[in-house]
Structure formats: C-alpha cells, structure tokens
Design a protein around this ligand. Structure first.
Ligand SMILES: NC(=O)c1ccc[n+]([C@@H]2O[C@H](COP(=O)([O-])OP(=O)(O)OC[C@H]3O[C@@H](n4cnc5c(N)ncnc54)[C@H](OP(=O)(O)O)[C@@H]3O)[C@@H](O)[C@H]2O)c1
Length: 337
C-alpha cells in the first residue's frame, strides 16, 4: 500500500507580521517541515516555482491593484496570476498578471476556477489536442470538477458521444444535470465494462487524475491502462494531471504503453502558462459563456486565511465537492466575490 504523506495541515501556518506600508499588518502562509520540500530532492526543473520553506504559499489567485507605478496596471484593476497567499504584495518586477474583464453580476470567484486556470486548461486542451470530429466517442474521468465539467459543456454541441466518470453519486448527478447522458460512479461501476458496452471504443480520453503513472490506489488505479486498451487507432489521450499520485511515494507504471505506438495514439498535457497567446481569445469567449449560463459551474467557498490548510487538504484527500475557493479581503473587490 502506498505511503501517504499529506503535507498541508501540519506544515502550513498563518502569520501576521508588522511590516512596511501600505498597512501595518501583513498575513502570510508559510510552509515549513521536510515534507513540504520533498520534491526539492529531484534535480530536474519544473515549469512552475516550487513551494519554498518559510515563504508564502503560492497559488492561483485574484487580487486588486491598490497602487501602481507601472503603466500596464492601474489602481482598481482586478488581476489574476500565480500569487503568494498574502494580504498584500509589493512587486518591483511584476510577474505575468492578467487584467480581468469586469462583468457585473458574475462573482469574481469564478475567475479562480472555471474562468481561471481550470477553464484555461480546458480551452487549450480542447482547442489544441482533441482534434475531435463528429461521431467520435470521448471519455472524461473524474469529470465533476472545474476542468471536467467545463470540458463536458464545451463539447456538448460537437456531435460527440460523451461518457464521463466521477467518484460519488452526488458528483454523477451534478454532471447529469449539466447535460451528459452517460455518467457513472467509477467506485461502484466497472469502468472497463461501461466503456466496452459502448461498442465504439474511445477516440479521446480526457484524464483528470492519473497521468502516466497510476498511484497504487485501489480507487483510481488502472483507469489510464483501461483507456489505453480501449482507445481506437489514432486516439488522443489528454492528460490533465496526476492528482492521484501527489501524496504517495509508490508509483504504478503503466504496463500497456506499447499500444501508444501500435495504435498511433497521441498523448498531450495542456499547460495554460505555455500558451499565453491563446488567453486573449479565452477571456473573450469563456466569460460570456459562463455569464450566459452556457457553461455552469459549482464552487465550494472557504472564508478567511485560517481555512487554507483545510481547503487544500480537502482537495488532496478528494473530499472537496467542487472548486475550492478561499475568500479573503472581499471588501476590496468591485462587486461580490
Ligand atoms: N495541466 C494543468 O495545467 C492543470 C490545470 C488545472 C488542473 N489540472 C489538473 O486537472 C485535474 C482536474 O482539475 P480540477 O481542478 O477539475 O480538479 P478536481 O476535479 O476538483 O479534483 C480532482 C479530482 O480527481 C479525483 N481523484 C481521483 N483520485 C484522486 C486522488 N487520489 N486524490 C485526489 N483526487 C483524486 C477526485 O474526483 P472523484 O471524487 O470524482 O474521484 C477529485 O475531485 C486535476 O488533476 C488537476 O490537478 C491541471
């Protein structure tokens, strides 16, 4: 059995520090403890900075510009990017931040999920890698989250047969409510049997949890292997990520990768930060679809800095019911968060 080492609750703490302007009180999340740095033992580079010990915890977040001497940003702009979990941040070199379009009546928190990195990943993965044609069959795993549910909805009118899985009956009901005919609970139904019964094979597998290795996890392991078995010739495998192996040290190697060559499958990983060029069109298309309820979303809100550890732990332990959003400093935003 894989050894789990969830690092969050024990190793995250909230601190207030007396500091320079603009206010006296600055709140930080710090990571400490050796578990927080386990990835540091690897010598390879990653596309995003790793969490640093005793430094604010980095996350995708929204903020409001309070003062700016940079002509690109003005006071009152609402921005989104990879930010430290701090009450305020003073930048000398500003990292890439997106100035968000203001849509009144659309809660700002949506920009943290369906209109944030999750939606961007969906948009880019679908646009660049799906190569879908009418009549094909697409399987989306653990599809009730912000990525999966957005994929489900943007593929609705594409003439595809879409089948999705999720880890609870409640999640299955949510996916059905947004318009998917074939949705099943992969913990109580056999994924291979469901896919085989389609009688079409699978042309596109959008994998939201396993990536190239499955964790030795009795709940999720093997799903990528099953999909590789059942993918049709020229099938596309879009690996969104590998949450199932975040907190384990025992990895389970995929045994049927030979089929990737024999069936000429393609495997891709959509990474929003590699495609800043597509984000302009994303912010033109997606917010309007969400505002017009063409794309529906759910969210699970946590109020206040003190909740951050629990919120992350819930995601890591698959106890979250929807996109986890931590709400702080709501008074700074132009309308409701
Ligand atoms: N490539 C990128 O840049 C990028 C961007 C955004 C997100 N992602 C990744 O894309 C995936 C979907 O994102 P999301 O925000 O929509 O996530 P999410 O659905 O809110 O959370 C991931 C889901 O994976 C399932 N899961 C299966 N095994 C798990 C395990 N061992 N531990 C925790 N969860 C497990 C759970 O759903 P069930 O209860 O249905 O099993 C869980 O709700 C995630 O893996 C995320 O890390 C990648």
């Amino acid at each position: 059995m894989a050894r789990r080492s969830f690092p969050v609750k024990k190793f995250l703490r909230v601190e207030s520090r007396t500091s320079r302007s603009p206010s006296d009180d600055e709140q930080y999340y710090f990571m400490s403890g050796e578990k927080a740095s386990q990835f540091r033992q690897l010598t390879c580079q990653f596309i995003q900075p790793l969490y640093e010990l005793r430094k604010p915890f980095l996350n995708f977040a929204l903020g409001v510009v309070l003062r700016s001497e940079n002509p690109k940003y003005k006071t009152g702009d609402h921005v989104y990017g990879f930010l430290g979990s701090q009450a305020y941040i003073i930048y000398h070199d500003v990292p890439p931040l997106t100035i968000l379009p203001v849509i009144e009546n659309l809660p700002w928190s949506v920009y943290a999920g369906t209109l944030g990195m999750a939606g961007q990943t969906t948009y880019i993965g679908w646009k660049l890698y799906s190569k879908a044609t009418k009549g094909e069959t697409m399987f989306i795993s653990t599809a009730a989250g912000p990525v999966g549910s957005a994929v489900v909805q943007i593929t609705k009118d594409q003439g595809l047969k879409v089948v999705v899985s999720a880890g609870s009956d409640e999640k299955v009901e949510f996916i059905k409510s947004i318009g998917v005919g074939i949705a099943f609970n992969y913990k109580s139904q056999d994924t291979r049997a469901v896919l085989e019964n389609l009688g079409t094979g699978v042309d596109i597998f959008w994998d939201n949890a396993s990536y190239l290795f499955c964790v030795v996890d009795t709940l999720y392991s093997g799903i990528l292997e099953i999909a590789i078995d059942l993918l049709n010739v020229y099938g596309r495998l879009i690996n969104c990520e590998s949450i199932s192996q975040h907190n384990t040290e025992t990895k389970y190697g995929i045994k049927n990768l030979l089929f990737v060559m024999l069936k000429s499958l393609s495997m891709s990983v959509p990474i929003a930060s590699n495609h800043f060029d597509l984000l302009g069109e994303f912010y033109i298309e997606f917010p309007q679809k969400v505002f017009g309820s063409e794309i529906k979303y759910t969210g699970q809100r946590h109020q206040g800095w003190e909740q951050v550890g629990q919120a992350i732990l819930n995601v890591q332990k698959r106890q979250n019911k929807a996109k986890a959003v931590l709400v702080v400093a709501s008074e700074l935003f132009s309308h409701k968060l």
